[in-house]
Design a protein around this ligand. Structure first.
Ligand SMILES: O=C(O)CCC(=O)C(=O)O
Length: 337
């Protein structure tokens, strides 16, 4: 896994297969004292809710506050991270608080955060109070980190069709309840969201986004018909989401441009790929090409039927030379009789 390595083999295995794992990062007492320290740090400075208004975060409009939170959280997380992985490089850290009675965080997929959009990047999200489905724990779709060649501006959810999304979430999403001090580590490309907080107490969490040492922070924005990766004005994310910062990005800071890949998969395609757990999407590999032929199935056995051709292709792909023969056959013009 490039030059970032999780110390526990079981963590590395779960991360590769499902796109996440859970492990204890802080003792319960440490987590409680961090939650208290954070309250003191931010006392008298109201945090800004995120765009959806459902949690407060380091993406605070007040840049001085955002920088202070980032520094504080980095100081807490760096020593703890060394117990989980080697070869990690922090890109940003922060605190995510879902207020009492905060709404759900809708499922989404992050855009890349570095100049290597298909390089490894990971989020560590550590509960500073026990959390479950009642007070806003995260929920994820295991295996979804492999599927999408997603760069798009902001976050997205695939499939885009609302009915398909509902079914995908019903069938495949799992909650990730955590005890105070435990953390989920998940791939930046994993579909995830958070339950609402239906309690009267805020749900605090501390978070870190980290990558391999060769990557540097970048911001992706639309550019012409595609997307561009921009170098960050100060070389980091602090305060970037505060008022007006994004408009300061300059064309001179474009690191690279990319096509606007817009996969628009349907439910059958997403489910087939989830089941197949093939290699991860990357610049020169679009997993959806394997399942373009699948239409959203209807009827009780339809999903099984839809999966059959994919299972056959995967079997054939294991036979040496079969890919080349397959390509040759496919490339010959069809002659109608
Ligand atoms: O902390 C939360 O409730 C949601 C966090 C999340 O979805 C994110 O950081 O992308």
């Amino acid at each position: 896994m490039e030059n970032l390595r999780f110390l526990e083999p079981a963590d590395a295995e779960a991360f590769a297969h499902d796109g996440f794992f859970v492990r204890r990062l802080f003792e319960v007492e440490e987590a409680a004292s961090m939650a208290a320290e954070f309250e003191t740090l931010t006392a008298g400075s109201p945090l800004s809710p995120n765009e959806a208004g459902n949690y407060y975060s380091v993406m605070d409009a007040d840049q001085a506050l955002s920088a202070a939170i980032q520094e504080w959280s980095a100081g807490k997380l760096s020593p703890a991270m060394d117990r989980v992985a080697v070869g990690w490089k922090p890109i940003r850290t922060g605190v995510l608080i879902k207020p009492a009675h905060g709404k759900e965080t809708r499922f989404h997929l992050h855009q890349p955060i570095t100049d290597h959009p298909f390089g490894l990047s990971v989020i560590g999200w550590c509960a500073l109070r026990d959390c479950d489905e009642h007070n806003g724990c995260l929920r994820v779709i295991p295996g979804s980190h492999l599927l999408f060649r997603h760069i798009g501006a902001g976050s997205a959810i695939y499939p885009e069709n609302a009915e398909d999304q509902k079914l995908l979430i019903q069938r495949h999403a799992i909650p990730v309840p955590l005890k105070s001090g435990e953390a989920i580590f998940f791939h930046n490309g994993l579909l995830h969201g958070a339950h609402p907080n239906s309690t009267g107490q805020a749900r605090p969490a501390i978070g870190i986004h980290f990558t391999t040492p060769d990557q540097n922070p970048a911001l992706y924005r639309p550019h012409g018909d595609g997307m561009a990766a921009f170098r960050l004005p100060d070389g980091n994310y602090t305060g970037l989401f505060g008022a007006n910062r994004i408009t300061e990005l300059d064309k001179a800071d474009i690191l690279r441009t990319f096509p606007a890949w817009n996969p628009r998969p349907n439910l059958a395609q997403v489910e087939a790929l989830l089941q197949a757990r093939g290699p991860r999407a990357r610049e020169d590999y679009e997993p959806l090409d394997l399942v373009r032929h699948l239409a959203t199935p209807t009827g009780p056995d339809a999903t099984e039927d839809a999966l059959r051709p994919l299972a056959f292709r995967r079997l054939v792909a294991k036979i040496p030379g079969a890919r080349a023969v397959y390509r040759l056959v496919r490339s010959r013009p069809r002659i109608s009789k």
